[in-house]
Design a protein around this ligand. Structure first.
Ligand SMILES: Cc1cc2nc3c(=O)[nH]c(=O)nc-3n(C[C@H](O)[C@H](O)[C@H](O)COP(=O)(O)OP(=O)(O)OC[C@H]3O[C@@H](n4cnc5c(N)ncnc54)[C@H](O)[C@@H]3O)c2cc1C
Length: 299
């Protein structure tokens, strides 16, 4: 990319150039980001955003990269990962103020270790808290929303806070995934462990291991649950299990997942998604909608 003074500034602030996004996603797919950086705190993030804005450098935010399909042509501009460097956990009684970069699995284990319950269902989700808040992640009838009291985020360079009831959180959506907002921390309220939290987490993690193709790279469920149906069941009933395009394959274990059998490209996955949507629509009249987020240059 053009070595403007702004790019040089971002490099001097710790950004790396030409970073392979396949290393940053659980799908293990994606070309290079022009620039990649992981801030250590909100203030640093604000400085990074200010330089990017001045230099008119497009910004894309990611967390664990576990719900992402990244273009083979890479990502223009700057990818900001809210990750381990922003994962502090502060606790006052049953109220936890947590950095958005913490892995959900680490947060779940840590809160159980401290004697609290509520996150057991999230122990096996490979995302980070910011991504889970933005997507309103959920599993086994639970979701993150009821545990949240407020969320701190950056919008137009300013640190803002929102109560969860004002955040329009619904099935796999929230205002935090819109308008380039970046979640930096969240306040979560948990209950005292009734003594069963660890066992429940283990049970739900085992359920995942038995039903999901965790031995292969993927981005989890590819499609949202259509009203009145299950996406995986629709895909299975359309005889699509095992169908593949290049290195992308509809999982034999869970038809809602597309797995990367080793050499899948983004194009393979997009072509397979298009084939699934067309086949299911022709059979059942249901138009599946992607849960997985596409980022990067046009394909
Ligand atoms: C094996 C497997 C199992 C899964 N199981 C589940 C499940 O049971 N339930 C479920 O809900 N999901 C599941 N997922 C999907 C995924 O883990 C969740 O959606 C997760 O919450 C995404 O978090 P992330 O940090 O990986 O976000 P990313 O994938 O990095 O990003 C997802 C979206 O969130 C945005 N985002 C990320 N971080 C921030 C931030 N700090 N501020 C603002 N926006 C942000 C990104 O821009 C993007 O639009 C699964 C995925 C895999 C691979």
């Amino acid at each position: 990319m053009n070595m403007s003074i702004y790019v040089e500034k971002l490099l001097s602030m710790g950004a790396a150039a030409d970073v392979l996004m396949s290393r940053m996603t659980t799908f293990k797919i994606g070309g290079k980001a022009d620039l990649f950086i992981e801030p250590s705190n909100s203030r640093e993030l604000q400085e990074i955003l200010s330089v990017a804005k001045e230099g008119q450098i497009p910004v894309t935010v990611i967390g664990g990269g576990s719900n992402l399909l990244v273009s083979d042509n890479g990502v223009e501009g700057l990818v900001i990962r809210i990750g381990d460097k922003m994962s502090a956990v502060e606790q006052v009684g049953n109220v936890f103020s947590v950095g958005a970069g913490i892995l959900l699995s680490s947060l779940t284990k840590e809160t159980i270790r401290r004697g609290y319950m509520g996150l057991e269902w999230a122990g096996g989700i490979p995302g980070r808290l910011g991504g889970a808040v933005a997507m309103n992640a959920g599993a086994y009838g639970y979701e993150i929303k009821p545990l949240l009291s407020s969320v701190e985020y950056i919008e137009n360079g300013e640190v803002c806070s929102k109560k969860v009831e004002d955040a329009d959180m619904g099935y796999r959506k929230s205002i935090f995934a819109q308008n380039n907002r970046i979640v930096v921390s969240a306040v979560i309220e948990l209950l005292k462990d009734d003594g069963g939290a660890k066992d429940r987490m283990i049970e739900m993690n085992n359920k995942r291991k038995n039903s999901q193709p965790l031995a292969y790279p993927s981005a989890g469920s590819v499609f949202k649950r259509p009203e009145g149906y299950f996406a995986g069941k629709l895909v299975e009933d359309a005889n699509l299990k095992g169908v593949s395009v290049g290195g992308a394959q509809v999982s034999e274990k869970h038809a809602g997942f597309i797995i990367n059998t080793g050499s899948a490209t983004c194009k393979d996955v997009l072509d397979l998604i298009a084939h699934i949507k067309k086949t299911v629509f022709e059979k059942d009249g249901v138009m599946l909608e992607e849960e997985v987020r596409f980022i990067g240059r046009k394909m």
